[in-house]
Design a protein around this ligand. Structure first.
Ligand code: ATP
Length: 543
């Protein structure tokens, strides 16, 4: 047996005759033509092995591949005992193919797999390590038979071998056979690598398609809600059950769990769907403006009130008003809201006329309102009034199975909005699934957006996910390199001095989030109140 490096060790028996060169050229030309027609390895490999036999007399050719080769980790899944099998062959019976399994390191085939180098057995009868496992010796020619094995590599790792028998004494150099087989094995490695890339892309596309198909079927799709976890479906079912009632609904859940999306879904599934849906972010309205924002004002109600103006309650007449972050509503305003809920009327600021409004009130909070009630910062009677139908939205941690479809949903959305075609590798999706997402769906959406906009690759890898999720790295350097306005919520909100952000950063964040103050605030790791305070302090927003 000889291990061949660069083909220099193998002794040639006779000088090559010119017709062999012709045959080689024919073989390589034909294989290249096949590759040009199809990149499917099956077809190319079978024909390659056929032509090796027909044109060069390299018989019973086979391609042996290690099982379950994982393209990204470059490891076999079962690292303790990787096994290889004949996957393509020419001139072997079914039974011979079935017998062709080898542990890495076992016999000649296994040895070539283990060392990643070519091996030439000049005479199989004289080589004790030759197993004769697949083809029995009796079924081979009586003459001396040689066996050539060359490794197939992808990304410089041995994933299989190309091997064949030949009659030892022939009018052709053994070295020439080794050289041709090395070219074919290189080509085989490249085709396998291409196939694994195509498979990875196809899998990502299939996942995406499956998600879209499922999303189209599900009731949630009507409201743009992605996810099929039991916790989410239960919340959705509760929502649909109370959609037609007029009672107040209180949406509870951590920040970024989809409370606004659910409020809209409630409106869309009710008979009010053709009337307005008005969203009010209670954290973003300065205390002094609350009343006129919600109830409107009459001309002359206060200095500068040149005209009368209708408020958000009147705008939402016959529809739904969504009071987000209700826990931030000042006490004086809570009293007025309670009266409106009890009497179904509003009085404009500076007016004395009671105006009837027909409104469904939906509120949301990420605070523990009963605790606020005990502290005296939230009216108990209002709390009971709003809490008639509480619906709790699960955190993303409680619905891990939705991370994958949500990730693909946001990926699709960001790709479309930015004319990009970035994908997530299966390992990247696993990594996203493993993360705790303290900022919930909003944080996930932000991370996907950032990765799509900032990656240089067509497929985002696991390592890139780790780089883009600050908690994975603890590296301030990486966080700082992210453009202003795109950062996610910090895991634990730290104390920040009131001059923590400059005017440009605040304005950029507002622009990035289409003027939505809450979202801009969260993207900078601030509460809406902190954000508005900074806007005022820097004179960007009037008091
Ligand atoms: N199930 C879901 N499917 C698709 N997108 C979702 C889902 N839930 C939330 N989102 C998206 O995540 C983002 C945050 O959701 P939303 O604003 O509704 O959360 P929230 O609970 O109201 O947050 P906050 O309490 O901070 O106001 C939005 O862009 C929303 O469209």
């Amino acid at each position: 047996m000889s291990v061949v490096k660069n083909g220099s060790n193998a002794r040639s028996e006779e000088p090559s005759a010119p017709p062999w060169r012709e045959q080689e050229r024919l073989l390589l030309g034909e294989v290249m033509r096949l590759v040009g027609r199809s990149l499917a390895p099956d077809m190319v490999f079978r024909e390659m092995l056929h032509l090796m036999s027909e044109l060069l007399g390299l018989n019973r050719g086979r391609i042996v591949l290690i099982d379950a080769f994982d393209a990204e980790t470059k490891q076999t899944k079962n690292t303790s005992a990787p096994i290889s099998r004949i996957r393509f062959a020419y001139g072997l019976t079914k039974a011979e193919i079935a017998r062709g399994t080898y542990f890495v390191g076992e016999g000649i085939t296994g040895a070539a797999l283990a060392i990643g180098q070519s091996i030439i057995v000049q005479d199989i009868d004289a080589e004790p390590r030759f197993l004769s496992r697949s083809v029995k010796r009796a079924n081979l020619p009586q003459e001396t038979v040689a066996f050539i094995v060359v490794p197939i590599q992808t990304n410089r790792r041995t994933v299989g071998v190309l091997a064949a028998h030949r009659i030892r004494q022939r009018n052709r150099s053994l070295n020439d056979d080794v050289a041709v087989m090395k070219i074919l094995a290189t080509l085989a490695g490249q085709l396998l690598q291409l196939q694994s890339l195509v498979e990875e892309k196809t899998k990502a596309l299939q996942d995406k398609n499956e998600l879209l198909a499922r999303a189209l079927e599900s009731a949630a799709a009507r409201y743009g809600i992605v996810g099929t976890s039991p916790a989410l479906l239960q919340a959705l079912e509760e929502l649909e059950r109370v959609a037609q009632a007029t009672a107040s609904v209180l949406l509870l859940g951590e920040s970024g769990t989809g409370k606004e999306l659910f409020a809209r879904a409630l409106h869309l599934s009710s008979l009010r769907r053709d009337a307005p849906f008005i969203k009010v972010n209670c954290a973003a309205i300065p205390e002094t403006l609350f009343e006129s924002e919600l109830f409107g004002h009459e001309k002359g109600a206060f200095t500068g009130a040149m005209k009368s103006r209708i408020g958000l309650f009147e705008q939402a007449d016959h529809g739904t008003i969504f009071l987000d972050e209700i826990g931030e509503m000042p006490l004086a305003m809570q009293t007025k809201l309670l009266r409106t809920l009890q009497e179904g009327t509003i009085v404009r600021l500076g007016g004395d006329r009671e105006i009837k409004v027909d409104i469904r009130v939906v509120t949301a909070t990420n605070r523990d309102l009963s605790f606020e009630v005990d502290r005296g910062t939230f009216r108990r009677d209002l709390y009971y009034r709003l809490n008639v139908i509480p619906i709790r939205l699960p955190s993303l941690l409680q619905r891990k199975q939705d991370i994958r479809p949500l990730s693909l949903h946001f990926l699709n959305r960001v790709n479309q909005a930015n004319n990009r075609n970035v994908n997530l590798s299966p390992q990247a999706l696993d990594e996203l699934e493993a993360y705790a997402w303290p900022g919930n769906i909003r944080e996930l959406a932000n991370v996907i957006e950032r990765m799509v906009l900032l990656t240089d690759h067509a497929v985002i890898s696991k390592a890139e996910v780790e780089r883009f999720i600050p908690a994975f790295t603890n590296s301030t350097e990486k966080i700082e390199s992210i453009p202003a306005g795109l950062s996610t919520m910090p895991v634990v909100r730290e104390y920040l001095p009131s001059h923590s952000h400059d005017a440009l950063t605040l304005q950029q964040a507002l622009a990035m989030h289409n003027g939505n103050q809450s979202r801009a605030a969260y993207s900078l790791g601030l509460t809406p109140r902190q954000f508005v305070y900074r806007l005022r302090k820097l004179g960007i927003m009037k008091n």
